[in-house]
Design a protein around this ligand. Structure first.
Ligand code: F6R
Length: 259
């Protein structure tokens, strides 16, 4: 696991964008695993800017988002389809038929989850998986106690996750209770995983992810078993790490490794 600690959130965001640009430049036909949430907004802004500047094209890329709320159609203002259109898809040259999210409004959500998993497998699995981190240690919507081998399925969201994601809703009761999420096993098949987290609210989960025991109590801790994972954080999110001096020695200021 590479642990890259940057002085602030802006530097951490630029680092993740840089890793993604590098991947896209090397492999323009990449299969991207995408996340939603506040953390990713700045990353998507920078990706759009990079495309406008001619540094990359998404015209040969395919994407699969991590999750979608059960019961919401793509046009619902709180849906992750809407989020992705607003923050990325409407501004890049990726053909819309190659941008995938689970259908939250499917008549049979369990069958939709199985179809989504099969579509990821048929695409050859995710090449570059972008992840955020829940303050309770979730990745995608794999909440604590999720099976560490799970595939795409329906999960019940914790109250803390619904509170954290309530900004698009008038009342907490309106935030959906269920989501279709890629499973932890699905995420672990990705060739490369890059997780971005910043801010003090993520410090405890970051410490559990990097240094804690491998446990379903912190689903992100499974990333300790991934062969190609980079965790990009800022000072505030790094505050509870005990091996901080070591990470700084290997990657000074979150930069290239000193070998
Ligand atoms: C959403 C997702 C979630 C978020 C996490 C952090 O697609 O996968 O795991 O990444 O809840 O959310 P923010 O960035 O809003 O703190």
């Amino acid at each position: 696991m590479k642990v890259l600690i940057h002085s602030d959130a802006a530097q951490a965001v630029s680092c993740v964008t840089g890793l993604m640009l590098d991947r896209m430049q090397r492999q323009p036909a990449s299969v991207l695993g995408l996340a939603t949430g506040a953390t990713m907004e700045a990353v998507y802004e920078q990706l759009i800017a990079a495309q406008v500047a001619g540094q990359i094209s998404f015209s040969r890329a395919t994407s699969f988002n991590l999750d979608e709320y059960v019961g919401l159609s793509p046009t619902h203002p709180g849906s992750y389809w809407r989020y992705m259109q607003h923050h990325l898809f409407d501004h890049i040259d990726m053909p819309v038929e190659r941008a995938h999210l689970p259908r939250g409004d499917a008549a049979d959500p369990a069958a939709e989850a199985a179809r989504y998993e099969a579509a990821i497998v048929a695409a050859g699995d995710i090449g570059f998986q972008l992840l955020g981190l829940g303050s309770n240690g979730h990745i995608g919507f794999n909440e604590p106690t999720s099976s560490l081998a799970s595939l795409t399925r329906i999960k019940t969201l914790t109250r803390s996750t619904r509170e954290a994601n309530s900004r698009y809703y008038d009342r907490l009761e309106d935030v959906p209770r269920l989501a279709i999420t890629m499973g932890i096993g699905t995420i672990m098949r990705a060739q490369e995983v890059v997780l971005l987290a910043y801010g003090a609210a993520k410090a405890k989960a970051v410490a559990a992810l990097i240094e804690g025991p491998l446990s379903a109590a912190c689903p992100a801790s499974i990333l300790q078993m991934h062969r190609n994972v980079t965790v990009v954080i800022d000072e505030a999110a790094a505050a509870m790490l005990t091996l901080r001096a070591y990470y700084d020695e290997v990657h000074p200021k979150g930069g290239a490794a000193l070998l």
